[in-house]
Write a protein that binds this ligand. Structure first.
Ligand code: HDE
Length: 768
């Protein structure tokens, strides 16, 4: 193993011997992050398991070289295959057993390696070693996922995204298994199988794949008022991110930080993406699911391959124990956030993802997260959802990864040493030496020893519990609507419109009218205007009361009136940090890693293309050329360009912005290409930035987007359409870049909607 010498410049909790006063203990130190081998101790640790076949002979699993990999061994060249063909049998047998069960939820995922660095010591709050020393790089492996779809389903489903981070700390693995939405559908783990059965494809016909727009999901939700806050998030653009690199992450539950003195505080975890917070439109998401169902996976992979390493800051909201009951909601209720305006998020460190996995199955598929993987300095709370998860994650791996030794799979191994008396089981890799596998023992001098608390020995927070054993929901969990309302009120107008359309889509796919009606009643508890507009889209009226009380899922002998949702007057009526568009944490600046489509054909304005490319690349964006055909294209001045995509292989939904340069011949060719016209129209409809120069302006006219005059001027009053016939490229480029940085020009939606969504009609009406 390629472990470097650890000279331990870090937190340095060394050797069991100090704690236990025993001479037989190995002198091995707990490895620190920095100085342990290369820059990333986990990558070093994986190296003995990597296989590289370049220049090697083909062999069986026994290392026997294979001479003929084309033909099985037969009795005569037209005869039956012989049982003795061990090469054939080994190959086919292995193939027959290649599949393992996919994750019961979060089956579709993409992973990457990286590292985490704390900005300054968090010793005041936590003794966790990886949060002490800014010079330490703690290796991480991150897996992003959707929840409902199968392994091969589309990335662009409307769904929550999993955001699971495994920190390989010097004190053992710490898993922060979060989502990109800070709350959850249900309050108690016992409802999780019901929720998942409801959202997964319906059991009789296995329809639909990776979609919540069907009867069983909304049937369940309409009977679970506690899900309303989460539902508002899932119907928002948060559930259709532009990129995995452009979404927030949240630990969801309230956890505990414990410092060296044993003082505990509550903590909520956040991940803040440095590239900002961006979504796509639902129409775009659906088209992307066809054009490139791997859109998010490819985007993450390519960004890392290009050296555009995605980064997030780790944020914490810390609450003193004495303030536990000072909120208008219960800190243990996972359907609630602590608004950032009430408890600010302190950014305490940064995560960088800088390496793609070598092998998807070995790493991304086999990685096993567990909410119970914590390290000293971090602890749980009694959130009843978290408590259930503590059981589930370990349990599920036993089936999925085939037994109790999944922690030995390379991607799951900690970099901290493992010594215990657990033995055997399927696929055991470790060769435990010696006579003893029990404790206490005298034969091995008592090893391995328990570690004192000062030696990184984990001890649970000694929470005082004085309670009766009872199956009951705390009355402090009964306000199901106030934060749903807070979320809706905090959205900008276009975001509210998207939420309303999402409800109209999802409930429009529901076939049972009473389910739609129950949902309308619930929406009216969140916001009357919202309910009315969804009702209008569904051609229904909002019911004024329900046949049965809400919160029906209660035991038969409990009075339902006692458990009806209760509204608490919230401290805030708006929280701007809940909006993606107007979020003060994410000012719209910079266009790093944005993809810009250049539509060109032979005869394109090569000077303009070169200048625009340069300007965009300097700003960190990635220009790509799309042409009527693949291959080399020649410009006006005989400069050549390679078409990255044809209109068959590329589509506007794959890009953030479009540029149409001049060149009479090029523009004439594009004008006669229906897919090129469709390209800009679709980009326009999706509120993307579009620029055109010289003859390119005529192309926009042909596409229905009315052209401007001599100088750089804006099409209608839309800041996202930039046209210039005078070819002052630098000015155009600057305006183009500033406009792309806005991500989308949502004002355009209202303009288009007033013309029934038709671009042609909008521009015809707008013309002179
Ligand atoms: Fe999970 N969840 N979950 N979950 N979850 C799993 O574990 C479960 C919940 C989350 O990339 C499973 O290894 C229960 C909340 C992520 O491998 C399973 C409950 C949050 C991932 C499981 C929840 C999550 C999972 C399936 C309610 C956000 C993907 C395969 C009590 C804070 C991890 C597996 C990866 C995966 C159970 C609720 C996040 C079955 C019982 C809340 C990101 O163990």
């Amino acid at each position: 193993m390629a472990k470097g010498k650890n000279t331990s410049n870090s937190v340095n909790k060394t050797k069991a011997s100090k704690a236990t006063n025993n001479e037989n203990v190995s002198n091995q130190e707990i490895p620190s992050g920095a100085g342990y081998g290369s820059d990333n101790a986990k990558l070093d640790e994986l190296s003995p398991n990597r296989e590289e076949s370049a220049g090697e002979f083909l062999s069986t699993n026994q290392g026997v070289r294979i001479n003929d990999n084309q033909n099985s061994l037969k009795a005569g060249n037209r005869g039956p295959t012989l049982m003795e063909d061990f090469i054939l049998r080994e190959k086919i047998t292995h193939f027959d057993h290649e599949r393992i069960p996919e994750r019961v939820v979060h089956a579709r995922g993409s992973g990457a390696h990286g590292y985490f660095e704390v900005y300054e010591s968090m010793a005041e709050y936590t003794k966790a070693a990886f949060l002490q020393d800014p010079s330490i790089k703690t290796p991480v492996f991150v897996r992003f996922s959707t929840v409902a779809g199968s392994r091969g389903s589309t990335d662009l489903a409307r769904d929550v995204r999993g955001f699971a981070v495994k920190f390989y700390t010097q004190e053992g693995n710490y898993d922060l298994v979060g989502n990109n939405i800070p709350v959850f559908f249900i309050q108690d783990a016992i409802k999780f199988p019901d929720l998942i059965h409801a959202v997964k494809p319906e059991p009789h016909n296995e329809i639909p794949q990776a979609a919540s727009a069907h009867d069983t999901f909304w049937d369940f939700i309409s009977l679970m008022p506690e899900s309303m806050h989460m539902i508002m998030w899932v119907m928002s653009d948060r559930a259709i991110p532009r990129s995995l690199r452009m979404m927030e992450g949240f630990g969801v539950h309230t956890f505990r930080f414990i410092n060296e003195r044993g003082k505990a505080r509550f903590v909520k975890f956040h991940w803040k993406p440095l590239l900002g917070l961006h979504g796509v439109l639902w129409d775009e998401a659906q088209k992307l699911s066809g054009k490139d169902p791997d859109f998010h996976r490819r985007d993450l992979w390519e960004a890392i391959e290009n050296g555009d390493f995605p980064q997030w800051e780790l944020g914490v909201q810390i609450v003193e124990e004495k303030d536990e009951h000072s909120f208008d909601f219960d800190l243990l209720d996972p359907t609630k956030i602590i608004p950032e305006e009430i408890v600010p998020v302190q950014r305490i460190g940064k995560m960088t993802l800088n390496r793609n996995p070598d092998n998807f199955f070995a790493e991304t598929e086999q990685v096993a997260f567990h909410t119970g993987n914590i390290v000293p300095g971090i602890d749980f709370t009694n959130d009843p959802l978290l408590q259930g998860r503590l059981f589930s994650y370990l349990d599920t791996q036993l089936l999925r990864l085939g037994g109790p030794n999944f922690h030995e799979i390379p991607i799951n191994r900690p970099i901290a040493p493992v010594h215990n008396n657990q033995r055997d089981g399927f696929m055991r890799q470790t060769i435990n030496r010696g006579q003893t596998s029990y404790e206490p023992n005298s034969l091995k001098g008592g090893c391995p020893f328990q570690a004192g608390v000062d030696m990184s020995g984990f001890n649970s927070f000694a929470e005082r519990i004085d309670a009766r054993k009872i199956r009951e929901r705390s009355p402090s969990f009964l306000d199901h609507f106030s934060q749903a309302t807070l979320f809706f009120n905090s959205q900008s107008e276009p975001e509210q419109n998207h939420i309303i359309r999402a409800f109209c889509f999802e409930l429009g796919k529901v076939e049972t009218p009473p389910i739609r009606e129950r949902m309308l009643f619930l929406l009216a508890q969140v916001d009357k205007g919202l309910a009315n507009r969804v009702a209008e889209g569904l051609g229904l009226a909002v019911p004024s009361k329900l046949e049965k009380p809400l919160n029906m899922s209660i035991p038969a002998d409990v009075d339902p009136k006692r458990l009806q949702p209760k509204r608490v007057k919230p401290e805030l009526t708006e929280s701007p940090t809940l909006s993606m568009v107007e979020n003060p944490n994410f000012p719209k600046e910079g266009i790093q890693t944005r993809k810009v489509a250049f539509l060109i054909a032979d005869g394109f304005d090569d000077a303009a293309v070169a200048e625009m490319k340069q300007a965009l690349m300097t700003a960190g964006a990635h220009p790509c050329t799309i042409a009527p055909r693949l291959g080399i294209l020649t410009g006006e001045n005989k400069e050549i360009a390679n078409a990255d995509f044809s209109f068959l292989t590329g589509a506007s939904v794959l890009f953030d912005a479009v540029y149409v340069p001049g060149g009479e011949k090029s523009v004439a060719a594009l004008k006669s290409e229906p897919e090129a016209l469709n390209f800009v129209n679709e980009a326009y409809k999706h509120c993307k930035t579009i620029a055109a120069t010289d003859a390119g302006v005529e192309f926009l006219e042909e596409a229905g987007l009315r052209a401007g005059s001599e100088k750089v001027e804006r099409q209608t009053s839309d800041p996202g359409v930039i046209v210039s016939r005078s070819a002052d490229l630098q000015t155009v480029a600057t305006e183009f870049i500033n406009a792309i940085a806005q991500h989308r020009h949502w004002g355009r939606e209202a303009f288009l909607n007033s013309y029934g969504g038709s671009i042609a009609r909008a521009f015809a009406a707008g013309a002179d």
